[in-house]
Design a protein. Structure first.
Length: 208
């Protein structure tokens, strides 16, 4: 049986990495699970990650969108499709919805244009379920500032950039409620995990 692709989305500071690690431990009790991140996961995509995150580099919005799509295409070909075909469930920290929100809305390139680009890049691969961790932009930024790591190139953007992204995520969720399940990221981590598990409960019974 084909595996499931579960993506985790949200603003920086929403707690995606924390949820992904905890969720992997829970899901692995019953099945093989692989946790991956975007951009990254394979050597070529990790190198692209270094480029798009580097605060010292100027990156045109179109270039940025193309780099993310290229990293995604390589990940799909090299890891995602083989894992899913082999029956493994994949937890993926960010996927196409991130580009729709960040480059489509945040950069003003147009959600439809970025969707078409990424449909080509992924060969039409879509998540079986997306967990959207919803957090107010100001809260997300405050959490980022509490980290030891220096902010990357995107994290240095101004507040309106993140407000546009948050609005885009809300619109995506409203347009596809069957796939995208919204979770309040202001809740304690254990509550976020419980809501995530509940949002995935029907995947075992649905045909892939």
């Amino acid at each position: 049986m084909r595996g499931r692709l579960i993506t985790i989305e949200g603003l920086d500071g929403a707690g995606k990495s924390t949820l992904a690690t905890a969720l992997q431990a829970e899901l692995e009790r019953e099945r093989p699970v692989t946790l991956l991140r975007e951009p990254g996961g394979v050597v070529l995509s990790e190198r692209i990650r270094e480029l798009v995150k580097d605060p010292q580099l100027r990156c045109d919005p179109r270039t940025e969108a193309l780099l993310y799509a290229a990293a995604r295409a390589q990940l799909v070909d090299e890891l995602l499709e083989p894992l899913l075909a082999g029956g493994t469930w994949v937890l993926l920290d960010r996927f196409v919805d991130s580009s729709l929100a960040y480059q489509g809305a945040g950069r003003g390139l147009g959600v439809d244009r970025i969707a078409a680009l990424n449909d080509f890049a992924t060969g039409g691969l879509k998540p079986d379920r997306t967990l959207l961790l919803r957090v107010e932009p100001a809260t997300g930024r405050a959490r980022q500032q509490g980290r030891d790591d220096a902010p990357d190139r995107l994290e240095r953007e101004a507040q309106p950039f993140f407000e546009a992204i948050a609005s885009a995520y809300d619109e995506l969720a409203a347009g596809d409620p069957g796939r995208i399940r919204v979770i309040d990221a202001d809740a304690p981590p254990e509550h976020v995990l419980a809501h995530a598990i509940e949002a995935l409960a029907d995947l075992d019974s649905e045909p892939p």
